[in-house]
Design a binder for this molecule. Structure first.
Ligand code: SF4
Length: 250
């Protein structure tokens, strides 16, 4: 019922994103893993640089860990980069498995996204945007060809958003159970939101960045915060502490 207007709308409104111009499963996997923690606008340039540096799963699998972690800085949990590299090692050795969830670090959502957008499977990758659209509309699509999945995702990302459902310009408003009835949740005041530079994740990123460059630890960061970040990185196996000091894994 909602598929037709949604697909018509998507044909006009879809953002032109580099990973939508390819069906290469490796490229789509890279984009999906990057998008798990980072906003689309910030991912575009990082994705393009990554693909220039490691254009295939085999190239990434052969890359030194330090280079991979260095390139990942600022994209969220470093462990994701390592799992991505591990998955690519399996693909380079054995090819793409039928069940993509057997690859290291690939959960149901990512498997469905790669399955749909690279292999053309009729699976709906259900991320938070898609789940919200389905809940609000009350829609349970029987078939979800890849383009329809993309359209649902796009609607959730740009129109039916968590805090501001733009029902007035929504292509499926006439068939939506929540049309004009979404309660907008006010955003928390800025002062109660943590600045990224105040987060442990930011400090961890600075440490990995410094080690990847082979340089000294970053300056100007409180020693306690630095130690906490380093201890976490060591515990996660992302940084090695030995007699020589700190280094990234080989
Ligand atoms: S009509 Fe409103 S609540 Fe329904 S899908 Fe569109 S934006 Fe979301």
């Amino acid at each position: 019922m909602l598929a037709e207007p949604l697909l018509d709308w998507y044909a006009d409104a879809a953002r032109d994103l580099p990973w939508r111009r390819t069906r290469d499963p490796y490229a789509i996997l890279v984009s999906e893993v990057m998008l798990q923690q980072t906003q689309v606008a910030r991912v575009v340039g990082r994705y393009e640089a990554w693909m220039r540096r490691w254009p295939t799963a085999g190239a990434l699998a052969a890359a030194p860990v330090a280079d991979v972690l260095g390139e990942w800085v600022g994209l969220g949990y470093n462990r994701r980069a390592l799992r991505l590299r591990e998955a690519c090692a399996v693909v380079a050795r054995d090819g793409w498995p039928e069940d993509l969830r057997t690859l290291p670090g690939i959960g149901p959502y990512t498997a469905a996204a790669v399955g749909a957008f690279a292999f053309g499977r009729h699976e709906l990758p259900v991320d938070t945007n898609v789940r919200r659209v389905l809940e609000r509309t009350g829609w349970t699509p029987a078939r979800t060809p890849p383009e329809l999945g993309q359209a649902v995702m796009e609607l959730g990302a740009t129109v039916c958003r968590a805090r501001d459902a733009a029902c007035g310009r929504c292509p499926v408003a006439s068939g939506c159970a929540s049309n004009g009835r979404v309660e907008v949740v006010p955003r928390a005041p800025a002062r109660t939101r943590e600045r990224f530079e105040d987060s442990n994740r930011w400090v961890r990123g600075r440490v990995v960045e410094a080690l990847a460059r082979g340089g000294p630890l970053p300056e100007g960061i409180d020693l306690g915060r630095l130690e906490t970040a380093i201890a976490g990185l060591v515990a996660d196996g992302l940084v090695i502490r030995d007699g020589q000091g700190l280094r990234l894994p080989d």
